[in-house]
Design a protein around this ligand. Structure first.
Ligand code: AMP
Length: 500
């Protein structure tokens, strides 16, 4: 079945973003705490951010392109965001004024009152729902899949906001960790698969307890909040004046947390699902050293910063010395999310420099978390050779990234993924390494404390490595949604890729 494409199909805006969300209830400094929380979650999205607050009466909002620091760094801005409840959002997006309309949190006046929401994840059937809603007369303000939730909510015949949200989310497929404000309450929801993270924290205040929700626990640390627990897959948490209420309106038996959060995306000082991200990365390194040793090599060198914990693990596992053979300039953003290929190439050189004294004449093992397009590895290997490395061996702390993510991690279209087009040998040649090895999928699971991947009921979402998508994308093949998602992937890939 085909359908006419509409303007949103070709909008330069991204429909999906890598994101971080934060929320706080019951604190007189709600906006300031949210700004700090977003600052700690800056790695989850650097192009735009926003905060919406509520004082029991009105809603206040500030959303802007740029880093948290530059938008919420001044006291006057924070002061204008009144109230004891707040939610915030960090987003990756392309630059340009046109993208202002996709900056979250979103706000809508519903018949039940004001509602504001911030979303981390990626809805895989948003396009079907959007088209259905538009045909019924809905007028969309943005090109973000998150707005679909607002429209479904507005149309739900149910009475309470919670019931309406359950009704709306019941129609949605894909990944979502949401924070929302409605009727003087802070609401947090995680999709039934629990693909994206969401944690609950508590903060002592002079007048009692305040509660907070965040994508990662590093956002609790920055404000001195205690990590109470993770929001469970399929759980809806409502925090109000009467305390915390937990509901499980969705099935809970299919938990598939994103394993790539451990591999790369989350901050190493965060805890997710009871596990320290840093410890998991180190474990992966130890496992990688077992699986892919490099006899005769002199030294283990991380590709900073993402390769550092697993390189430490690799060095420990192999008994080889660990040295910072590459120094990173911290004043350059993540190379991967620069807007164009041209700048990405430039970014790699801006960002890293060889620490020559530890490279010259040596056989080195470079450890990084992943190879996506291969730009980083290629440049780094060349840089190591220019610094006099005798041999350059590359070890990767994830299996080959051969499939796009449809659930909120920024991977380009499959055609751009090196591991989709080439086998390991070819990739080694492409990046110019003397040898290349990735951790196996089972090795990755062993590092996570499992005996291996349970192929009948996988413990994590590892679709970027295995192509095994928790939400069966084949379901969409006979309608335009599948085609549309692919189109968007292709287009976003060209300009750097972005998802929620
Ligand atoms: P590439 O140069 O395209 O091969 O990108 C690989 C580098 O990007 C690795 O060093 C990773 O640390 C980093 N990376 C991998 N996945 C992502 C992602 N989803 N967002 C941002 N950076 C990433």
């Amino acid at each position: 079945m085909t359908r006419p494409l509409n303007s949103a199909d070709f909008d330069d805006d991204k429909l999906h973003e890598e994101c971080g969300v934060f929320g706080v209830f019951g604190h007189e400094e709600a906006a300031a705490l949210t700004a700090l929380g977003l600052h700690a979650l800056q790695h989850r999205g650097q192009e735009a951010c926003g905060i919406v607050t509520h004082d029991g009466d009105s809603f206040y909002s500030k959303r802007a392109l740029g880093l948290v620091d530059s938008t919420f760094g001044d006291a006057a801005t924070i002061e204008r965001l009144k109230g004891y409840t707040a939610i915030g959002h960090n987003r990756y997006a392309t630059t340009g004024e046109g993208n202002m309309r996709n900056i979250q949190p979103f706000y809508a006046d519903l018949s039940s009152g004001g509602f504001s929401v911030a979303h981390n994840g990626n809805l895989t059937n948003a396009h079907i729902l959007r088209s259905e809603l538009v045909s019924k007369g809905a007028i969309f303000q943005s090109t973000s899949d998150t707005e679909v939730i607002l429209h479904l909510l507005a149309l739900s015949p149910k009475k309470t906001v919670q019931e309406r949200l359950i009704d709306a989310l019941g129609r949605i497929e894909g990944a979502y960790s949401l924070v929302a404000i409605a009727q003087d309450q802070l609401i947090g929801v995680r999709d039934p698969y629990g693909i994206r993270p969401l944690a609950l924290g508590k903060l002592e205040t002079a007048s009692g307890e305040a509660y907070t929700l965040a994508s990662e626990t590093c956002a609790f640390d920055i404000i001195g909040a205690e990590h109470v627990r993770d929001v469970q897959p399929g759980e809806m948490i409502t925090i109000g004046k009467d305390g915390i209420k937990s509901d499980f309106p969705f099935s809970r038996d299919k938990s598939r947390f994103c394993i790539f959060e451990y591999v790369y995306f989350a901050r190493p000082d965060s805890r997710m699902e009871g596990k320290s991200v840093y410890e998991m990365r180190k474990n992966i390194g130890v496992e990688l050293a077992k699986e892919a040793p490099c006899p005769g090599a002199d030294v283990v060198i991380p590709v900073p910063d993402s390769g550092v914990p697993s390189a430490i693990g690799y060095a420990q596992g192999s008994g080889l010395p660990f040295e910072l053979g590459i120094i990173r300039n911290h004043y350059v953003g993540r190379t991967f999310i620069e807007p164009s290929d041209k700048i990405r190439h430039l970014g790699v050189r801006l960002k890293h420099n060889a620490n020559r004294a530890f490279i010259e004449g040596k056989s080195i093992i470079l450890v990084d978390d992943s190879i996506v397009r291969g730009t980083t590895s290629r440049k780094i290997v060349e840089m190591m050779r220019n610094a006099g490395a005798r041999e350059v061996h590359m070890r990767i702390s994830s299996p080959p990234t051969a499939h796009s993510c449809f659930y909120g991690i920024d991977t380009p279209s499959t055609e751009e993924l090196l591991a989709h087009k080439m086998n390991v040998e070819k990739i080694a040649r492409y990046i110019g390494a003397d040898s290349l090895a990735y951790i196996s999928t089972d090795g990755l699971y062993r590092a996570m404390g499992e005996t291996g991947r349970n192929n009948d009921k996988p413990q994590y979402c590892d679709a970027c490595f295995t192509g095994d998508y928790p939400v069966d994308l084949k379901d969409h093949e006979n309608n335009w949604t599948g085609i549309k998602v692919t189109r968007l992937q292709e287009r976003s890939g060209k300009t750097g890729g972005a998802k929620g």
